[in-house]
Write a protein that binds this ligand. Sequence first.
Ligand code: FAD
Ligand code: SIN
Length: 542
Amino acid sequence: MERKYDFLVIGSGIAGLYFAQKVAALLPHRKVAVITKKKETESNTNYAQGGIASVMSTVDSFDLHVADTLRVGAGLCNKSVVKKIIQWGPKTIDNLVDIGVKFTKSGTGYDLGREGGHSTNRVVHALDLTGREIERALLHSCRRKKNVDIYRNTIALDLIAYDYRGRRRCGGVYTFSEKTRELAGFYAPVTMLATGGIGQVYYHTTNPTIATGDGIAMAFRAGARVGNLEFVQFHPTTLYSPGRRPFLISEAVRGEGAFLMNASGRKFMRKYHPQKDLAPRDIVARAIDTELKETGEEFVYLDISHRPASFIKRRFPNIYKECLRRGHDISKEPIPVVPAAHYVCGGVVADISGRTDIDGLYVCGESSFTGMHGANRLASNSLLEAVVMAEFAADVAAEYRESKKSSDIPKTDEWLHSSIHRLKEKIVVSHDRQMIRRLMSDFLGIVRSEDRLKLAHDRIKLALRAINQYYLSRPASYAIIELRNIAQVAELVVRSAKRRKESRGLHYILNYPETDDKRFKHNTIIKPPGYKSNRSGHGRRR
Ligand code: FAD
Ligand code: SIN
């Protein structure tokens, strides 16, 4: 089956939906398709709790927010990207409010939460369900637009990328619907990748099951560079709840006075950082890891029970209810928590407007790498980055679309079936998925070593080769499509980590415990096989 659009948006989280509704409004005569692999709301965005960092108070300033972001980013942030995104913070909040997002108010302004690494309160939120509220409003806005079609339960499996007049170009995406078992080609001059993070590459993660790094893997296979994938952020506090769906305990809880303690009831963060429980995330996660190794316990405790129960229930209704459902009354007792893989600071190399190495291919949100987060993301900066990128990308992508004549867009039928026609039978792939995820959690966690990186790389390379063969000879299914992407992204994460022979931000390696500014104060960029830059003007080798 073939479908033609002007804009394809892969993913229905904050980045994809914001882009879709804006580009649909800019060009009402053009058609937009949003393709999403489960139901529309299933995304990392939907689970965001803390909120969106933005300078909103008179005691705050852009300079302060920039300084916090750069400090936490440990020397690798792109300062001009950071500045521009942060300066767009207040406008971003206004835009979201105009779309219909209802943030929590306090007096005449917004209630501003506090999170690790921030030197003041600046996190705009909707109680502790910020992501759900944003998804609701953006989906509503997209559904009201006549020129937006939403395809749910449809997974993108590969980009339709080709060489055209000496340049690499994207003409759309192949998709598969597990319900109808239908393979399709969606064709458009503009494809926006907004597929989110990679949490599911790890066994212990805060991310929902959709976060399998599909966009990063697809873009790499299509010929785009990826960057800084060694910087995987571990959130310090997920509820210890073995065998159950992961549940985050927002850093905003520590922002309201909660503190960490070990099994013997000792508060330990003062040992590790002057900002104690509100130190940057890498420091807090590593401190917990150290405590767990020293005590042999499986979790530490987080305690907010000294705050009035009425306040806790009002400020954190979702966290309170979910913990209670799992047997913990946070207003009365400390709760067990552990760190888990949460956010990837790297992704597909892009500029602030989402332009990638491939003409017609854009990327926004967690799948992208702009240099905003450096070696460690400041809490609540990612929703901000996603919206600002989508805002800018809609402008440049609309201009790109309008500059194309239909004769510029090559005929499509020659590519349809090129990568998907051989998918035939059925296979069970859960074993390999679990193996890779466990390997990543055990060997590429908070503290790394050269031996473990080498072992992980050898095993993942073998698995990737075998999985690529399965993929080409077996039937399409979500399981095999996601497994192929998980394996590809895991391999890229390990390869990036092996290159960085120093410790910086989220990458801590026992063999090189110091930061080495002389040799490693640069990003880790991985080029796909045969890569040649469009920017060189000579096209690329294939
Ligand atoms: P997502 O919201 O993850 O959306 C990705 C979309 O792509 C989904 O719809 C998915 O189904 C779809 N998709 C993926 N692959 C495919 C495919 N192959 N085909 C079709 N569709 C596909 N950040 C903050 O700034 N503040 C917070 O308070 C905060 N809290 C968080 C709490 C939790 C529990 C988690 C997990 C993350 C949190 N983050 C927070 C991070 C932030 O939520 C994410 O970085 C952000 O939501 C990513 O948005 P996105 O649009 O890039 O991706
Ligand atoms: C949280 O609420 O702790 C998550 C914030 C984030 O990941 O930015």
